[in-house]
Design a protein around this ligand. Sequence first.
Ligand SMILES: [Zn+2]
Length: 180
Amino acid sequence: MSTADPIQITSLIDDAKCFELIRQYRWADGVCCTGCSSKLIVRNGHDDTQPCRQRYLCKDCGVRFDDLTDTVFAGHHQPLRMWVLCLYLMGLNLSNSQIAQELGLNQSDVQMMTSQLREGLTVKAPEIKLSGIVEADEVYVVAGHKGNPEAVKKKAGRGGVEDSRARVGVVPLKKKSRRS
Ligand SMILES: [Zn+2]
């Protein structure tokens, strides 16, 4: 008998379960449009690369979204189970380097993941007290007038200097604000 391989935690958990978990928490009150909050939602197939990731279509506004839209898990190359395990290990107070070792990731990836997870998930995660909201206040984008001072002068004549500043409101990921 040869000695057993060390247990790899990542092999004990599959993406299907993780997506199930996310859906359970995120859509506890039914699937809700990420654009208009409508509940008139139909399923719309699955993600091309992640077959467990359900897609949805809003019958009210036509927006397409999926289980991970507007969460920190979206748009990253790490599979969802890595994030879920990362959260779990964070809950056990493991350091970034310990988490990296457990998950077989490099430390800079884990650093990025833990800092994003600490900022908020949008969706509530079980067992770990890290629920939160990613939120940003208004962002001011100063329109460039470099080399064209005349444009600024003209604008200032009409509507004041404020016109050269575009006000961009960053929409909070969740309608509810915690700051009140
Ligand atoms: Zn909608």
